[in-house]
Each structure stands twice: as structure tokens, then as C-alpha cells.
Design a protein around this ligand. Structure first.
Ligand SMILES: CC(=O)Nc1cnc2ccccc2c1
Length: 446
């Protein structure tokens, strides 16, 4: 080896072990708490999943973007009491800047849209697949990172944008074998909340905070919800009406309560009519209790759920028309969704839909003689130049070892470079599945 082997002097067969002072402490070979490694098998599943995310995004004409995993903490300082704020993975860097590992992608997207300003033509259809972080007390033993697929449409105020986004997720589900009997989307609009709060003259400034409290319905006792709402400044009767309205599961009923004049009912009616036209009406249902746990949503919100009710939300999203202005930009209509890499894998496992992914190598090339190593490398290059995958045996190994490795890497054929054949410009090809064996001229090797 050309590297310094720890002052162990010249080579003496195996590398001399480093002197005792070098071995400071046995490091923990596990990744940090709440994080994952992706060894080959897990990485193949992740690559398959992300390939499907990207293929659907491409089918819908979206362009891929990405942002730094490290952002200014200021991007996430929202005062609505969101869980994502309490779990911010934030710190002060060596330049005394407050920074955070991104807990979600939408604020970065908003920042980039503002940065690009007038230089981008609307509508923007961007997607990203990025790792997001949270710092949770490990008491809950939950993960601290996951990968999220996001698709966002910027510059379209009509509900056709939300309809398109839901259509893209339905397309993803269909691609991986999930049907409308496995999952559905609960759809509502925050304008329902807005219209009720206005009726009871609850100040607009409380809107986000109320939404975050309401999002806890089903996660904490309803008495605590009521207490939190009251301490946030919502009157007793407004709280009662709110909880009443949020239990509505039919648009007709909602219209009776809210009247047909408001935008909430109009938006939702249009979305359900578009769903018919897109052909995914069976996938969605109205559920007034859906508000989602992010402060910046302003209109339609939706979340994908498993109909068996075993798993947490698969994905979620909605309209966020005011986010850009909170960063000092000009407001632009915007909507998008986030789709995590964890729940979907649990769902695929449950439904027996995980794909069989194994390493597939077409060729394993091996020199039968130590001084044919160069020849074997040449054979490997010829095949690789034809875009064939080659595992080149890099040391002289007994044939038994080569056959074992060929089986482990699932090689289709073994190319043997032997002296007598090489003298005649030939190599030996062995098809491992059939055992069939024949000689091929080097320049006819395909
Ligand atoms: C089921 C799961 O792993 N959820 C998860 C894991 N890590 C996160 C990290 C940041 C934000 C949300 C996250 C959500």
C-alpha cells in the first residue's frame, strides 16, 4: 500500500499493526441515534422507491431541484406552536450563525423562488427528494431523519393545481401496485376553519395557532384541545361550533352549515368534480377534521391514509398562498405535498408489494494465470465499453472461490482468460445458469 501504515516501517507480509498509541478508542460502528445506514440491500430498495418518485414527477412535467440540508434557522421560526419547531435540529455554527438541519423542504423551495424572483416564468412545477431532520428526545425512539419526496406548483391559484398534485400521488400508488382499496386521501380546506372563526370574530392572527391545535384532534384528549383553544383566545361558543363543523364528513352538510357563498365549499366542490375527470374520485373523500400540522397552509389540505388505519399518514400537502410573503417576498399562489420514505415502505411490506431487488452482474471475468491479469482487465474493458456490467476478479483466486463469488453476485456468465486460449486470441465463456461452455474470439465477445 502506498499509504503510511502507521510508522510500522517496511511491509512485512501483512501490514504492520499501528503502534499502540494510534488506537485511541474503539469507535461505535453504529450510525448516530435515529439515523440509518443504507447497505446494498436497503440502498436497492431506496433507489427503487426514489426512481418511482422521480418517474412520476417526470411524467407530470416537473423539474428536479434541491437545496442545502443546512439552512438558516430563521426559515423555520414560526410562532404557531408546531411540533416541527419543538424538534428543530438547530445549532450555532462557528460563525455564530443560528442554523438548522432542514425539517422539511417547502421553506427552502420558497426561499429559492424568491431568490429567483422575476427570472423564472410561472407556473413553476418543481420536485425534490431530500433528507429531512428532526431532533427528538430518543425517549420516543423515533427516527431523526427521513427522506421526503416533494412536488410543488407555484403560480396557480386555481384548484386544478391541487387536483394535479393528488393525481401525481395516485399515479405513484398505481405504479407500485397500491389501489384505492388500500389507501385513500382525506381532503378538506382550511377555509372551513377560517369561515367559522370569522363568524365568531376570532382575529385572523390566531388562525395558524388554531389550526395547529385542531391538528392534534385524535392525538390528544378533546378536553385538552378545548382548553388550548380557549387559552389561545377562542370563545367557548366558537370552540363548540368549531368542533361541530370539524366532524362533518359530507360536503352537502358542510354547505348547509357554512352556506354556499364561501370559498371553502366552492373550492372543495371543484376539487371533487376535477377528481371525477382525472379518474381518481374513488381515492378521495371529504373530511373536515383534516387541517395538517404545518402553520402555513391556507386552503385545500389533504393527506394519504391507509384504509386499515394501522399506519400514520403516508403523505400530506395543501395550498400555502402566504408563505412567500412571510419571507419578505411577493406573495405567489403555491401548493405542494411531502411524501416520506418510511410509512410507504411499511405499507408496501404489509401489502406484500415490496419488490424483489437483487444484484445482477452480467459478467465475472477471471484470469486463470497470475500473468494474465492484464489480459483479463482488457477483456473487462472491452465488455464495459459495450455497457456490459463486469465484476473483474482482482487477485489470483482458486476456481472454487470464483464460482462461489459468481453465485453470490448473481453473474450471468463467467469469462475465463487462460494461457492456451489467449495464445489463440480466445477466451472461455461459461453460462452459469445452464453450464453451457464455449470459446469466443476476443473481438467477437459481446
Ligand atoms: C415515520 C418517520 O420516520 N417519520 C419521520 C422521520 N424523520 C423525520 C425528520 C424530520 C421531519 C419529519 C420526520 C418524520
Amino acid at each position: 500500500s502506498t499509504g503510511d501504515n502507521g510508522g510500522g516501517g517496511g511491509r512485512s507480509g501483512a501490514l504492520a499493526p499501528p503502534p499502540i498509541t494510534e488506537v485511541l478508542q474503539k469507535i461505535d460502528v453504529n450510525p448516530p441515534k435515529g439515523t440509518r445506514d443504507f447497505p446494498p440491500e436497503e440502498m436497492r430498495l431506496r433507489t427503487w422507491l426514489f426512481h418511482n418518485f422521480r418517474e412520476v414527477s417526470r411524467l407530470f412535467g416537473f423539474e428536479e431541484v434541491d437545496f442545502p440540508v443546512l439552512e438558516s434557522e430563521a426559515l423555520y421560526i414560526r410562532k404557531a406552536g408546531e411540533e416541527i419547531r419543538d424538534q428543530l435540529y438547530c445549532f450555532e455554527d462557528r460563525g455564530n450563525r443560528r442554523v438548522a438541519l432542514r425539517p422539511e423542504l417547502t421553506p427552502s423551495l420558497a426561499r429559492l423562488v424568491i431568490q429567483k424572483g422575476k427570472s423564472v416564468s410561472l407556473p413553476l412545477k418543481w420536485f425534490a427528494v431530500g433528507q429531512c431532520w428532526r431532533y427528538e428526545r430518543m425517549t420516543r425512539g423515533r427516527r431523526r431523519e427521513h427522506y421526503q419526496w416533494n412536488m410543488d406548483i407555484i403560480g396557480v391559484p386555481e384548484v386544478t393545481a391541487e387536483a394535479e398534485l393528488i393525481s401525481s400521488i395516485v399515479t405513484f400508488f398505481k405504479r407500485v401496485g397500491i389501489t384505492a382499496s388500500d389507501v385513500g386521501f382525506k381532503v378538506s380546506s382550511r377555509k372551513v376553519l377560517q369561515e367559522v372563526l370569522r363568524r365568531y370574530s376570532v382575529p385572523e392572527s390566531l388562525f395558524s395557532k388554531v389550526c395547529i391545535i385542531i391538528d392534534k384532534i385524535g392525538k390528544i384528549p378533546v378536553d385538552e384541545i378545548k382548553k388550548d383553544l380557549k387559552s389561545a383566545g377562542v370563545s367557548e361558543e366558537a370552540v363548540e361550533e368549531l368542533l361541530q363543523v370539524l366532524s362533518i364528513k359530507s360536503l352537502t352538510k358542510l354547505e348547509e352549515i357554512l352556506g354556499g357563498a364561501g370559498e371553502a365549499v366552492a373550492d372543495l366542490k371543484q376539487l371533487f368534480s376535477l377528481a371525477e375527470k382525472f379518474g381518481y374520485a374513488e381515492w378521495i373523500e371529504f373530511d373536515a377534521s383534516i387541517v395538517r400540522g404545518l402553520a402555513y397552509y391556507t386552503g385545500i389540505v389533504f393527506e394519504g391514509f391507509d384504509r386499515e388505519g394501522k399506519l400514520r399518514a403516508i403523505c400530506g400537502g395543501g395550498r400555502y398562498d402566504r408563505l412567500l410573503s412571510t419571507f419578505g417576498g411577493d406573495d405567489l399562489p403555491a401548493c405542494g405535498f411531502g411524501f416520506g420514505d418510511a410509512v410507504i415502505v411499511e405499507l408496501l411490506k404489509d401489502r406484500g408489494l415490496l419488490p424483489e431487488l437483487s444484484l445482477q452482474i452480467e459478467n465475472i471475468v477471471c484470469a486463470l494465470d497470475v500473468d494474465l491479469q492484464g489480459a483479463a482487465a482488457r477483456v473487462a474493458s472491452i465488455l464495459r465499453e459495450q455497457s456490459q456490467t463486469v465484476d473483474l476478479v482482482l487477485e489470483s483466486k482458486p476456481l472454487k472461490w470464483v464460482f462461489k463469488r459468481a453465485a453470490r453476485i448473481n453473474a450471468h456468465r463467467l469469462i475465463l482468460v487462460g494461457n492456451s486460449e489467449w495464445q489463440r486470441g480466445m477466451v472461455v465463456v461459461k453460462i452459469l445458469s445452464s453450464g453451457e461452455q464455449y470459446e469466443v474470439k476476443l473481438d467477437e465477445l459481446v
